[in-house]
Design a protein around this ligand. Structure first.
Ligand SMILES: *[C@@H]1O[C@H](CO)[C@@H](O)[C@H](O)[C@H]1NC(C)=O
Ligand SMILES: *[C@@H]1O[C@H](CO)[C@@H](O)[C@H](O)[C@H]1NC(C)=O
Ligand SMILES: *[C@@H]1O[C@H](CO)[C@@H](O)[C@H](O)[C@H]1NC(C)=O
Length: 303
């Protein structure tokens, strides 16, 4: 009797050890998966057929040049360059660099490009991050930063019309993190900064988007640490902040904190009480704020 139950206990202990091992292995597997696949969560470039059909500016009645920029590490970036006639007496001499959010491709951004180009009369440059649209490679924070450097190099050194015009960065969500990176580290190239619904860092955003992962944020290796970069943006840079107060992806408090960290002496903060994350561009007054900012705060003032 004793012998039997002792055997039973031994078996039971061994069984439980196996269960624990399976549990630990499973947990490790989940973490490994999270570690490996977080790039596809953070950069869903295939969403909305992002790697398939990519609309071109002529479909929106905008003349354009397709520019393919080669990065120092061998990727090719698909860019649409959409310029105004610089000899026109009404030429505004301003360029908007559109920095895209994380889903879809630059074809999806063309309705916004069209407002800057056709309604407001500015030059517009928009490009696909690596791994998006028709750009080669796969997205990562390191790669997207190299892409941003390459685009700024093109706009400030390789094209005369862009070189002479005032550059305004317009970044939504992930594009806002790229814009902050450019404004903080390449500020001499930038005349003004517009940010919409962007975040303090990926780590601080993950718990809101994936509540189940809130204990695992230290495994997030894509940082986009805007909280650290914002204070480095020069105080002379005009800044426009646009914040959706019903944002379900990035808590609006992130924009509040970015606002409080921003040292700009020409800072404008507008809130959209009814808006969720991706529909801020269709809120009343949104484009009036954007146009007035570019007209009145960016040289040459009045255009
Ligand atoms: C645009 O502005 C720059 C800098 O102020 C100036 O040098 C250039 O001549 C302007 N270009 C046009 C076409 O007005
Ligand atoms: C907010 O949305 C609701 C419902 O769609 C609408 O009735 C209300 O007028 C909106 N408020 C503002 C300030 O736009
Ligand atoms: C916002 O996202 C939803 C779902 O992803 C999409 O159906 C909708 O068209 C988007 N709205 C805008 C204004 O982009």
């Amino acid at each position: 009797m004793f012998a039997v139950s002792s055997l039973l206990v031994t078996k039971l202990v061994s069984f439980m050890k196996t269960v624990a091992q399976i549990g630990i292995s499973f947990g490790a597997l989940v973490l490994l998966g999270l570690y490996s696949y977080q790039n596809s969560l953070i950069y869903p470039s295939s969403l909305n057929d992002g790697r398939g059909v990519c609309a071109t500016p002529d479909e929106y009645d905008m003349p354009y040049e397709l520019v393919n920029l080669k990065t120092e590490d061998g990727e090719t970036l698909q860019c649409y360059s959409i310029k105004q006639d610089a000899s026109s007496p009404h030429y505004a001499n301003k360029t908007v660099l559109v920095l895209s959010p994380n889903a879809g491709n630059i074809g999806h951004g063309l309705p916004i490009v069209s407002i800057f180009y056709r309604n407001f009369g500015y030059n517009v440059f928009i490009y696909s991050y690596r791994g998006y649209g028709r750009s080669t490679g796969s997205p990562s924070e390191k790669g997207l930063k190299i892409d941003a450097q390459r685009v700024i190099q093109y706009l400030t050194e390789e094209d005369e019309q862009y070189q002479q015009s005032s550059l305004v960065l317009y970044g939504r969500s992930l594009g806002g993190a790229v814009a902050i990176y450019i404004a903080a580290t390449m500020s001499s190239a930038v005349s003004a900064l517009i940010l919409e619904n962007t975040f303090l860092s990926i780590r601080k955003t993950v718990p809101h988007v994936f509540p189940m992962l809130k204990y695992f944020t230290r495994f997030v290796h894509q940082h986009w640490d805007s909280e650290k970069l914002v204070p480095q943006i020069p105080s002379k840079m005009p800044v426009l902040l646009l914040s959706a107060r019903k944002d379900e992806i990035v808590p609006p408090e992130h924009m509040d904190k970015i606002n409080s960290l921003m040292k700009s002496e020409q800072k404008f903060f507008y809130t959209f009480e009814n808006s969720t994350h991706n529909e801020t561009v269709v809120q009343p007054d949104y484009w009036e704020h954007v146009q007035r900012f570019i007209q009145d705060e960016v040289n040459p003032v009045g255009y």
